[in-house]
Design a binder for this molecule. Structure first.
Ligand code: DQA
Length: 150
């Protein structure tokens, strides 16, 4: 299985950014950990990160050859119709991921523009949210009876 992990705005600031909410590990450390966890599960990960909405749209459009997308769209989650439309336009299943529990935070974080067009959402488990998303994609791939919305 080949999966692309897409991280959006401000996730390059992990480690420095509000560590009480997002933890003290850098994005590189999280990615390294996740790549090793994926290898052990027989999956190959590639990583893309950008602060720019259009670049995230393009990365989603270009993910045809992947079996899945793990997406932490950061703040774009809450208002980007362009990212939502990109997800809806591809067949590759997308799992929405958040390090923090967005439902336990500010009101504006409770709204996700992308959730309705994603295969599922994982929120609130720190870096383990990415691994749980990976499990979800492996399950979707292996179980032909899984429920998908696309
Ligand atoms: C986040 C949650 C978003 O609300 C926020 O804007 C982020 C990170 C998370 O991983 O918890 O940038 O996606």
């Amino acid at each position: 299985m080949k999966i692309v992990v897409i991280n959006g705005p401000n996730l390059n600031m992990l480690g420095k950014r509000e560590p009480g909410i997002y933890g003290s590990e850098t994005l590189d450390a999280v990615n390294e950990w996740l790549a090793a966890e994926a290898r052990a599960l027989g999956a190959h990960l590639e990583f893309f990160r950008s602060n720019i909405e259009g670049e995230i749209v393009t990365a989603i459009q270009d993910a045809d050859s992947y079996d899945g997308i793990i997406l932490n769209a950061g703040a774009y989650t809450h208002y980007s119709i362009a990212i939502r439309d990109a997800i809806a336009s591809v067949k590759t299943p997308v799992v929405e991921v958040h390090l923090s529990n967005v439902h336990a935070r500010e009101e504006f974080r409770k709204k996700s523009m992308i959730a309705p067009v994603c295969a599922g959402t994982i929120s609130g488990f720190g870096k383990a949210s990415y691994k749980l998303a990976l499990f979800g994609l492996i399950f979707l791939e292996k179980d032909s009876n899984s429920i998908t919305i696309k």
